[in-house]
Each structure stands twice: as structure tokens, then as C-alpha cells.
Design a protein around this ligand. Sequence first.
Ligand code: FAD
Ligand code: 2HG
Ligand code: ZN
Length: 473
Amino acid sequence: MNTLITTLKSLCGDANVLTHDDPGVDLSAWEQDWRKRVKGRALAVVRPGSTSEVAAVVKACAACGTAIVPQGGNTGLVVGGVPDDTGTQVVLSMTRMNAVRAIDPANLTITVEAGCVLQNLQAAADNAGFLFPLSLGAEGSCTIGGNLGTNAGGTQVVRYGNTRELCLGLEVVNAQGEVWNGLTGLRKDNTGYDLRNLMIGSEGTLGIITAATMKLYPQPAAQLTAWAAVPSMEAAVQLLGLAHQALGPGLTGFEVMGQFALSLVDKHYPQLRVPLFKETPWCVLLENSDSENEAHARAQFETLLETALEQGCVSDAVVAENLSQAHGLWHIRESITMAQAEEGLNIKHDISIPVSRIPAFVAETDALLAREIPGVRMVDFGHLGDGNLHYNVQAPEGADGQAFLRDWEERVNTLVFDQVMRHHGSISAEHGVGELKVDKLPLYKDPTALAMMRAVKQALDPQNLLNPGRVLG
Ligand code: FAD
Ligand code: 2HG
Ligand code: ZN
């Protein structure tokens, strides 16, 4: 047997080192990305149970020059957490390290291990009487380590920020297998370079996050959800301005959903009963989190929606009567990704643009794509409150998805990303670069920034052992 495998087994236990040679073991769950874009082949999947085991595994891999691919829930959308197809890389699955280490109510912090599933972190905060606001469709499977690795966004960013803004401290194993204990929980610490923010969003290329201290917030006294039909993207942006004014920090969600995106949910999950979408090009989902009470939140919402109806930026609206209706509306929004996958392979773009430019971007880019690909179907939706659109391109009705990707992906990406640049945006808002966008970064990122990023990678991981081929290629 490979001597590295023997060493890894002695470090983590036989049951926690899986290889293709083990009878009856299927490694596909770790080797295949969520979107089924890539199927790699791992040398082994290693599941450490503690920070010291992670450190020892990294040291053993570094000693023989074996690359490591950190993995959490494997829900990433840019092929960042699966091995390549050489059969030489070790997948470091963090899911056994899932403990809640501590809650500090006075400091409003929670310290958890990296493999803690986001939903379990939310529940631990809730049980202690607090809110942990990070929320995304994959929350039942993704881990806080993966969220930090990708600097995930989700649906509450308009109020609470990305994962980066929610993190106060990290524990990290570096590429040399040394442990950096930065679990401070401090809101102020100006003692030099910000290593925490360097690690967050580095997609496993600079270090392995083993634990994190995250911010907690008071739970809102009331949370109300509204669903509004809007006549245009301009109207959606106007409604966002009104919502900021009327709700202030109470505005905790502002999502936009195009008619075709909602029609896919209606088609594939008719039981979800999508409201208002048939007569309008766009719908908006708004959330108002109030620190007073439900009556106050409802009155605020009613005033906002009356003003919006008067000004013509909303044509119709419903306000959820209770929590279960609110969950139903959010469930429709969160089902778009699955409905799109049911419809077939597609070209995803996770882009950000200044909110003020989004209407022009969508109108121009829709027209360019329709001219190039007659019948192309646009699955547009996303976090309009943050200027983040999921501008996804689906093959014309009846076309073969595989052939569509082969013939059009490059051309469509160039067209969309050139448009993003013209509107001063970013080609990755929240999903990251992974492997899918590695070749695009040199084309669309400032060359000085890219050179500085390469220098950081070279300094921290000179052997290029941590997630090689991702982010920088
Ligand atoms: P993985 O997929 O396992 O890994 C992601 C990246 O992080 C990889 O590069 C990996 O190497 C690295 N990594 C993982 N763990 C660690 C660690 N401990 N230390 C260092 N690096 C690590 N994303 C959003 O931002 N917003 C959304 O609204 C959103 N919605 C989604 C909805 C659905 C249905 C799905 C399937 C995905 C969605 N995503 C969204 C994408 C995905 O859920 C996020 O990127 C999430 O943060 C990934 O977490 P994970 O644990 O699954 O990480
Ligand atoms: C979301 O906002 C996710 O639902 C997934 O970021 C986006 O499927 C997508 O393109
Ligand atoms: Zn998103």
C-alpha cells in the first residue's frame, strides 16, 4: 500500500481514510461536483477529527509533495472542492469536525468547527436566543468552513453582509502544517496584516480553516415577507430605494426573480404555487425584520407597498399572513436553482454590478444574447439588494444541453463578462472562482491585483500543495 495512505490511516484511523482500493467504497460523493460539471479521482478521502489531525495530515502530505483539496459540504458551484482526475490528490473532508465549541452571549459570538453544517450553526444560535443571519439555499448541507472558503453571500447580505462580515476570528492550518490560533472574537485588532480576511474567500488555496468565531445578533421581534409583482427591472430598483427609506436596517432581504425562472419552479414543482408571476416580467421578495413587534412591521410594509403602488413600481403584492406562508414564499425563491437543474444543463453567471446599472445591463445583454442565439432562455434572478444577479443562460426549448454548452459556453461567457466589465462589475459576486473561472481571471482582473495575489500564494504555499489549479490556476 502507498506509504502516505498508511501514514494517514495511522493519523486519523483506518475508517477515516477511504481509497478506491477499499472494497465496496464509492468515492463519487467527494469526487463529483454539485453541478455534475466535473468528476475527478482522489488518491484518498481523509476525514480528520481534530485540528491536530488536520495539521498532521498536512505535514504528511507536504513531506511527499501530495496536493490537498479541502472540502466541506461539496455544494460549491464553481468546481473548487473536488479533486482533479489524476488520482494523486487527497480530499480533506472537514465534515467530522462539526462541534460548536463555545457561545459567548455577552460578546455576541459563537465558535464552531469548520465542518459544522450551516443549518446546525443557525440552530445552535437560535437555541441560545440569538440569530446567526447567514442564509442560503444549500444551508442544509454546506459547512461554515466552505462558506468562509468561498465568502458566501446568500439572502441576508443587504443587512448583515457576506460571510466575511460575520467572522471575527479563525483557526487555520497553514501549508506547512502549523496551526494559527486566531479565534479572538475581537471587534478591534489593528496589529498588522489582516490574515483572517486573506483566508476568507481564498477557496482553500492559502490554508485550511479548522474553526471560526462568528458574530451573533439579537433575534428580530417580528419578521414579515412580501412578494411583489414589478413591471420592469427599473421598477425593481426604484422599489429597492423606497424599501431602504421605509424600512432602514429592517430591510433584511431583497430578491428579484424573472418570469422564466419562476415558470421553471412552477413547471417542476407545481405544488409550491408560485404567486403573481404569470402577468409580470419580474417579481421581488422582500423581508422586513423588526425590533419592535409584528403590528409595527406590518404597518411599515403597508406604507411601503402603498407608496410603491402609487408610484407604479409595484403592480400587485401579497404580504405573508404568518411564518409558514413566509417560509413558502422563500422556498419558491430557493427552489430556482433546483428547478433550473431539472430543466437541463445551463451556463451560470454569478455577477455583481452597481445596482444603478443593473437595468441597462440586463436590457443590453438580453438583447445581445437573443440576437446570437435565437430562442435562448434567460434564468435571471438574484440578490438585487446587493447588486448580485444570477444571470443564467438556458438552451432554447428542446435543445440538447450538452451540445449547447459545447457550442456556446465560451462565446456566451465572453459576451456576458465583457458586458459586466463595461458596467464596472465583477465576474464572481459570491460563488468564487474555483476551476470554472480560472482562465477568466487574467482577462478580467486588474493585473497588479493578480500579481499581488500570486505573490501571496507563493509566500504562503510555495510548494503549491493547497487546492492547486483553483483561483490562480
Ligand atoms: P465546498 O463546496 O465543499 O467547498 C467550496 C470551496 O471552499 C472549495 O474551494 C473548498 O476547497 C473550500 N473549502 C471548503 N472547506 C474549507 C475549509 N474548511 N478550509 C478552507 N477551504 C475550504 N452560495 C452563495 O454564496 N450564496 C447562495 O445563495 C448560494 N446558494 C446556493 C444554493 C444551492 C442550491 C447550492 C447547491 C449552492 C449554493 N451556493 C450559494 C453555493 C455554495 O453553497 C456555497 O459556495 C457554500 O459556501 C459552499 O460550502 P460547502 O461547505 O459546500 O463548500
Ligand atoms: C442562489 O442565490 C444561489 O440561489 C444559486 O447563489 C444561484 O443557481 C444559481 O445560479
Ligand atoms: Zn446567490
